[in-house]
Design a protein around this ligand. Sequence first.
Ligand code: SF4
Ligand code: SF4
Ligand code: FES
Length: 512
Amino acid sequence: MPVSVPKGTTILEAAKQAGVLIPHYCYHPGLPIAGVCRMCLVEVEKQPKLQISCATTVAEGQVVNVFSDQAKKARQGVLEFLLINHPLDCPICDQAGECELQDYVFQEGQARTRYADYAKRFNPVEDFGPDILYVPNRCILCTRCVRFMEHAAHDDVLNVSERGDRAVIGIHPDKKLDHTWAGNVVDLCPVGSLLSKDFLHRARAWELDKTASVCPGCSQGCNVNLDTRNNVVVRLRPRANLEVNRYFMCDYGRGQYRWMNHGDRIEAPLLGGKDLTAVDWDHALDRAVQLVKGISGPAVTLVSPGASNEALYLARQVLGNARLQAAFRVHREAGEWSLAGVPDLALRAERAPNVAGALALGYREEFEAAIQTAADAGLLLVLDDALDGVAPEALQTPNIIYLGTRLPEIARRARVVLPIANVAEEDGTFVNRDRRVQRYFQAKAAPGMARPAWWVLGEILRGLGRGDTLSSAEEAFDLLAQSEPAFGGLSYAGLGVRGAVLGSRQPAGQPA
Ligand code: SF4
Ligand code: SF4
Ligand code: FES
């Protein structure tokens, strides 16, 4: 198969581009090359010995044979050596189903061993850190974890201790694996040797559905997969995007799945009065439309910087621009926690995913002023958790339309409460701090009658005679892109799964 790649590309990466996966353990595209596992051996014409494809670069006219008898036999030999010591823990191992040892043993056809009666090594499980267990018996000593901590995290707490068949991964006796980005070693480990305590025995890999998403933890906008089981998000794992997070995500981001599953949700539209009364969508939307039609005096829209661009855009349209104060507030921490070996990647101080989107869509970070205006505003539209932490007595206005997932005390006095989906339950887009617009996809069903905020706001606009029913986030985004200059030239389909920078005028249909 002819392959054309830039000079300096390794054989392993060139083969990937030809659609051939050469088995490998120590190699990882996000780490320095170690060349220690010998799993990637291939035959290179005119070379007397097999070569490791992860550390051998391509040459003009070079002929590589990945599947020759000699190359296959060598790789089968490596697997047989690994299986001398690797326990057959698969029925109880968390990695089963996504284990590279299982996969390559299957792919390479190493069905039996000559070491069946050999007594396997035994070392107890070790507690490496707040969320990480080390199971030494399963370790194949690829050193990915050691290199990640040394070269990416710049916190060299791990090493290879002992020699030969006694070798294990050691941890500095006075330290823990508690770096903000330490959880990546669990993803990097090709076998079930490094495990997350949080995910331990929670699900089998084959029960999980994976959905491409964007971490809502901070303004970095790391690309992630949401792993769901029975309509519950059980794990967040990084999804590669070289422009944003390379192959990694921080531990704070990993914990974001918890609130996505909270049960304290509004499940039906509610109408205010003496008590809140559950009604159907038609009644609730009708009341919201009447409230908007009856506006007198200033209008205020308070939004969360965790809402999608589509919702933020439509929320502004509902109250129109005349006399409108559109504001948001963002929670900021006192510092940033970087992954030192990777440029421009850090857990950011701004703990919301769409601050740049809110700014690009005309919202101002003038929350206190907006709350003051809202006190005697004709109408207050609240999107998502914008009112969290605001004391009920700070806001006396009676005319509130509240779109949210939960019902804080202050929202109980709203005229209309409209239940909306959270980030795991809808499609949409965020803009990260580097102005990259990125799509996230629906991973689970919203509870009860909750609907995506873009749909709810689109229906209010339809009731006002200012639009048609929106049937997808794509329609909402494309509407936004046509009327907001900052988003000009972008299309929802064109964003793919890696996104595009605002103002880049990226053509529609860019390959994902
Ligand atoms: S613990 Fe996992 S990542 Fe670390 S050396 Fe062992 S097999 Fe490799
Ligand atoms: S750096 Fe921010 S976006 Fe990335 S995983 Fe952490 S919290 Fe999520
Ligand atoms: S992947 Fe090439 S030697 Fe390990």
